[in-house]
Design a protein around this ligand. Structure first.
Ligand code: ZN
Ligand code: ZN
Ligand code: ZN
Ligand code: ZN
Ligand code: ZN
Ligand code: ZN
Ligand code: ZN
Ligand code: ZN
Length: 729
């Protein structure tokens, strides 16, 4: 059945749910939709191949989905059209809470329909086919900066969109950037608009044609390429070899990327970049892509001296890198600082800046080497300040030396006067950090008001920007003054962080914190929390078990299996029947015990023992006569008869083992019928097959269950029987 509903509304302020395609309608709209729906005529359900959502003509019947009477279609999907210019799109509904006569649209939708608050818009119920396939075209090659744009796009679609309309532009935010994708094609036909709720939409991304062709190929192979390389005219990651120095140059606000193969993770590494003054750059290091100022594991944001990053062998990210042995390094160019490098050298510094290479490019050398294992890895990166307070002062306490009260150096006593005069004239001590430096350097010496940082003023601008700026994550739930803190958030708790889901094994965004405490304790974010709620049927108990609980559930089965009581078998070593509920003084099964049942009084079991002795004696002397008998104590099975005396001697020794009247530990050897003999042989075969991992009792049980099918019985043992516990060594 189908129904028609449409209405005209005035555009209100944009809906704040700016990410998706859901609109806010007034309560009255819901009432009229319900009314239109319930009064619609019942029509046979059929497909209308001519349905054209671009046409404003009312369709005659719902072309796609059978709908139960009285039940509104879900999700409700609408065509949204600007009557002034015939622009249209589709969307779902977020809620029915707008003021009467008003509709709130997401900002992007207003832009794409060229609407502003106060304009009129037509909203019409449109039953859309379930989308199966969508092709997107990126609006710029920037999209390659996203590690897995397909996953990101799919995640955006799943969480925020109800519909897709051909030609609409989807904005995807990652980090501080925005990426646009045009909906190029849709299936099924005619592909003008589809509903994407509860569908397995296949997403295709069309590579950019033009000169971005090669860059796109790269993105397909998972390599990242940012502006840096494009500007540098180099699309490949530069390859660095451990122990070898390489040269690079990078423009301001651009990245140059390097990869280095580090197969040996038993040693730490040290990465050093020497920058040619006055160029400035940051060094960023990660085990995975994407790598950028906001996505990295290690960074050096110094602005003087060599940039050094030391990764000790014990670093968890470094030591446990799984998928590859490649370390990614990005060098990010910065505008050379305009403040003179320091004091006396200022004039030369600024003049050399004038001559330096094009547009503030920084030229540098880079190298990686393994740390010496003996050397403690605690040496802090250098480059903090001009004259560092050396740990071991030369000539300290040496005879004939004196300490200068001004600079703290140890000076030969005879030249102290000379030095002291010179020192007081030229050197000064910072009374905040105690560093001694040339007086003119002290003028350019700065201390950060917010942290311990101190150094040359030329470092101040970058320091303030990186550590005391303002950074907001694109997930919109994190902000920090510190770029390193943002990077830390993005690699840990950020809802946009990509993880390999432990339940669906796909690369997905982890989502926000799980909504229930139990999952949060497990360290699950919302994707895994949701994904792990899917159930599978337990093959042992046929219960539906959620993926999250599978492990515990299996352990439970294991525990139950291991704690099962072993079935008690008949004490007759040739018999494989179960002992049964009623016990007897010989521990035999009912069948085996039959001949030894004494109807009269037999207080000390004398009659019974006599009977058993006679039976053993006959068995040993002449045998049971059955050619298939396998009993160890039967003349037929042995193939030789015994004289009465030797038979009596042997009989006495096995008679003791019967432990007549004892509570347990009975062992008897009585000839049995052919069927039982065969079962016994099978059980022993199975025991051999499973290499003694299970006891003979369970082997017998398995064969009973599986009707003597050896293979099936072995499988049954694996699933059901407790394993023999290895005796503690
Ligand atoms: Zn001095
Ligand atoms: Zn200082
Ligand atoms: Zn600071
Ligand atoms: Zn975030
Ligand atoms: Zn998953
Ligand atoms: Zn189960
Ligand atoms: Zn028996
Ligand atoms: Zn026998």
């Amino acid at each position: 059945m189908s129904f028609n509903w449409s209405a005209t509304f005035t555009i209100g302020q944009p809906a704040d749910a700016s990410k998706g395609d859901k609109i806010i309608l007034p309560q009255a709209a819901l009432e009229s939709i319900i009314h239109a729906h319930s009064s619609a005529p019942l029509l046979p359900v059929q497909l209308d191949p001519n349905y054209d959502p671009t046409s404003w003509a009312q369709p005659q019947f719902n072309p796609y989905e059978p709908i139960k009477p009285q039940e509104l279609p879900s999700p409700l999907t609408f065509q949204i059209r600007n009557p002034a210019n015939r622009l249209l799109t589709h969307g779902g509904v977020k809620e029915f809470s707008a003021a009467d006569g008003q509709v709130h649209l997401p900002p992007w939708m207003m832009t794409s329909l060229a609407l502003t608050p106060g304009d009129q818009v037509m909203v019409k119920y449109a039953a859309l086919p379930k989308g199966t396939w969508a092709k997107f075209r990126p609006l710029s090659a920037d999209y390659m900066e996203i590690l897995d744009f397909r996953a990101l796009l799919e995640a955006r679609l799943r969480s925020n969109y109800t519909t897709l309309t051909r030609g609409e532009v989807l904005k995807v935010h990652q980090g501080t950037k925005e990426f646009g994708f045009v909906v190029e094609e849709l299936k099924p036909e005619p592909g003008e608009a589809v509903c994407i709720t509860d569908t397995d939409l296949e997403v295709d991304i069309e590579p950019l044609d033009t000169e971005m062709g090669d860059a796109t190929t790269q993105s397909a192979s998972g390599t990242l390429d940012g502006q840096g390389s494009r500007r540098g005219g180099n699309n490949q990651d530069n390859v660095l070899k451990i122990g070898f120095e390489s040269q690079g140059r990078v423009s301001p606000e651009a990245y140059q990327r390097w990869t280095v193969d580090i197969p040996n993770r038993k040693s730490g590494i040290e990465i050093t970049v020497h920058v040619q003054e006055p160029g400035d750059l940051d060094m960023i290091v990660s085990t995975k892509l994407p790598i950028s100022l906001q996505d990295h594991l290690w960074a050096n944001f110094e602005s003087v001296g060599p940039r050094v990053i030391t990764i000790p062998a014990g670093d968890r990210d470094y030591a446990t890198q799984q998928d590859s042995q490649v370390i990614h390094i990005a060098v990010y160019g910065r505008e050379p600082t305009t403040v003179a490098a320091s004091g006396s050298s200022s004039s030369t510094a600024s003049s050399s800046a004038g001559e330096s290479s094009s547009a503030g490019e920084a030229t540098y050398s880079i190298q990686v080497h393994y740390q010496d294992n003996e050397e403690p890895s605690s040496a802090p990166p250098s480059g903090s300040s001009s004259m560092s307070a050396a740990a071991d002062i030369p000539n300290k306490d040496a005879p004939g030396y004196q300490e200068c009260t001004n600079c703290g150096s140890w000076i030969p006593e005879r030249t102290m006067m000379l030095h002291s005069n010179f020192c007081h004239r030229n050197n000064a001590k910072c009374n905040k950090c105690g560093l001694v430096m040339k007086k003119e350097d002290l003028l350019n010496h700065f201390h950060c008001d917010h942290c311990d940082k101190h150094g040359d003023v030329s470092e101040k601008k970058k320091h303030m920007e990186i550590f005391h700026g303002w950074y907001q994550c694109s997930c919109e739930s994190f902000e920090s003054p510190s770029l390193p803190e943002l990077a830390k958030h993005r690699r840990t708790t950020c809802s946009e962080r990509f993880i390999m889901c432990r339940y669906c094994h796909t690369l997905v965004q982890q989502g926000g914190p799980a909504s229930n405490a139990r999952d949060r304790m497990r360290g699950l974010h919302s994707h895994e929390s949701y994904c792990g709620d899917r159930t599978i049927q337990c093959q042992k108990c046929s219960q539906m078990v959620s993926l999250k609980d599978v492990q515990v559930h299996a352990q439970n089965h294991d525990y139950q299996r291991q704690s099962q009581a072993t079935p008690q078998l008949c004490s007759n070593q040739n018999c494989v029947r179960s002992k049964g509920a009623t016990s007897n003084v010989l521990g035999l099964c009912q069948l085996c015990f039959g001949p030894y049942w004494i109807p009269t009084e037999d207080p000390k079991n004398q009659k019974l023992v006599q009977r058993l002795a006679r039976k053993y004696h006959a068995q040993l002397m002449t045998g049971c006569g059955n050619k298939w008998c396998r009993s160890q104590y039967c003349a037929t099975s042995r193939g030789r008869q015994m004289d009465a005396t030797s038979a009596a001697t042997e009989m006495m020794s096995i008679l003791k083992e019967a432990r007549v009247g004892a509570a347990d530990g009975h062992k008897t050897w009585l000839c049995v019928d052919e069927g039982t003999t065969r079962k016994k042989v099978m059980a022993e075969l199975l025991l051999e097959d499973v290499r003694g991992q299970y006891t003979i009792e369970w082997c017998v049980k398995a064969l009973e269950v599986e009707r003597t099918d050896l293979e099936a019985a072995a499988q049954w043992l694996q699933l059901q029987a407790p394993k023999v516990k290895k005796a503690a060594a």
